[in-house]
Design a protein around this ligand. Structure first.
Ligand code: MG
Length: 272
């Protein structure tokens, strides 16, 4: 199952996504994931399940971020080669941080460069979408039963502020610093190794595989939920491979993951 979230005539819709000869189509409306209703009832009241909808290419709709999380939790330095490129030790335990949900950005929308930063980096990442509430996940549990699916995220980072601030809240948390999408799929298996690639203006900058995670998903879920309850729709960004680098206004960033399509965003100066 693949689904996306989009606006149609001003209403929020969920659509099932199909690959037809290499082009992604929204084949029909899909029900909103019921589990999310508790968190985002007001948002979902506009859900247009009964609206007339004609099948159309996904490129023709106004996509929204495919999830409405209660939180976005991220793993830093989860690929050995990326930890080393920034001169960091490979962590002994997962390194966690949050991005605020106000940072979420739709596919195709503009990443805004804050004036207070002189270096804004891309970080292409696999993002896990939670399917049900998870607290204190145990080693003998089926971790996959907690997972709704996967999507793509860009953990945009003000690299200079990350160093200057001594913690990462601002550097990782600016508005527009969490592009996500274009759709959620449960048809991929990160354990088998998904290729993660980032291109800037068409040039390949990152090429990694989720088979190279330092901490794999069951370890991450156990570690995180020992402390924090994850809720349906929550996003877990799993870290970025080597090759991160700076962006400039006008750049187009594309993150492509096998089976999950391409997340494309363009960079612009901070809005007035
Ligand atoms: Mg990251």
């Amino acid at each position: 199952m693949k689904y996306c979230r989009f606006l149609s005539e001003g209403q929020i819709c969920y659509g099932s996504v199909e690959d037809r000869d290499g082009t992604l189509w929204i084949a029909g409306l899909a029900p909103a994931p019921e589990e999310d209703l508790g968190f985002h009832l007001a948002q979902l009241r506009g859900d247009a399940r009964s609206v007339y909808f004609k099948s159309r290419p996904m490129s023709e709709v106004d996509l929204l971020p495919p999830v409405t999380p209660s939180k976005i939790i991220c793993v830093g330095r989860n690929y050995r080669d990326h930890a080393q490129e920034l001169g960091n030790e490979v962590p002994a335990e997962p390194l966690l941080f949050f991005k605020p949900i106000s940072a979420l950005l739709a596919p195709g929308s503009l990443v805004r460069m804050p004036r207070v930063s002189a270096r804004v980096d891309f970080e292409g990442e696999l993002a896990l979408v939670m399917g049900r509430s998870a607290s204190k996940v145990q080693p003998d549990e089926d971790w996959r039963s907690y997972v709704r699916g996967y999507t793509i995220a860009n953990d945009v980072t003000a690299r200079d502020l990350q160093k200057k601030d001594g913690q990462w809240t601002r550097a990782k948390g600016f508005d527009t610093f969490c592009p996500a999408g274009p759709f959620v799929s449960d048809e991929v298996d990160p354990e088998a190794g998904l290729t993660v690639e980032t291109r800037v203006n068409g040039e390949l900058r990152q090429h990694g595989s989720t088979a190279d995670f330092i901490f794999f998903i069951p370890q991450l879920l156990r570690y995180i939920t020992a402390a924090i309850t994850l809720e349906p729709g929550d996003l877990l960004l799993t870290g970025t491979p080597a090759g991160v680098g700076p962006l400039a206004a006008g750049d187009t960033v594309e993150v492509t993951i096998s089976g999950l399509g391409t997340l494309t965003n363009t960079v612009a100066p901070e809005a007035d």
